[in-house]
Design a protein around this ligand. Structure first.
Ligand code: INI
Length: 144
């Protein structure tokens, strides 16, 4: 699991949600490592590194990108999404996009254990589903 320190109050709730999801579905706490990234922009490089290590069945990426007054949001959110998808496709390891992209802090709070559920919990469910799904599919082959 990779979590961004930026907006840590919100991301901390996503981390709790993800760990709760894993525990409820039989994944022991010992089986989960947590790495903190400075911000969501840095998550994809760490995700690629961890996925390449061969030590993890899935990587969950948790962060909260909240729109400010400038277009910085668009770059951080866009690159985070692109990098997470690329890390998964490049390595064949499920890399789950649990990074909130919200217009307001209220929207983010609602999705981090508030009215709209906990997207960290949802990310854990997606990771489990993808790991099980990939086990049922034929192994990928490299085409020359
Ligand atoms: N990082 C976030 O995770 N969320 C944000 O909302 C955010 N904003 O708004 O700036 C943010 N910025 C930091 C960024 O992820 C990088 O750490 C920084 O740009 C250094 O590369």
């Amino acid at each position: 699991m990779i979590a961004a320190r930026f907006n840590q109050n919100i991301v901390g709730q996503l981390v709790h949600g993800a760990l709760d999801g894993f525990t409820r579905h039989g994944v022991s706490r010992d089986a989960v490592d947590l790495v903190w990234a400075p911000g969501s922009f840095e998550i994809s490089l760490l995700a690629k590194r961890l996925a390449e290590s061969g030590e993890y069945e899935a990587i969950i990426c948790l962060g909260a990108v909240i729109r400010g007054e400038t277009d910085h949001y668009d770059y951080v959110a866009g690159e985070a999404a692109r990098g997470v998808a690329q890390a998964a496709v490049a390595t064949g390891v499920p890399v789950i996009f649990g990074i909130l992209t919200c217009d307001t802090v209220e929207q983010a709070i609602n999705r981090a254990g508030g009215k709209a559920g906990n997207k960290g919990f949802d990310a854990a469910m997606t990771a489990i589903e993808m790991v099980n799904l990939l086990k049922q599919l034929p192994a990928g082959k490299k085409l020359d």
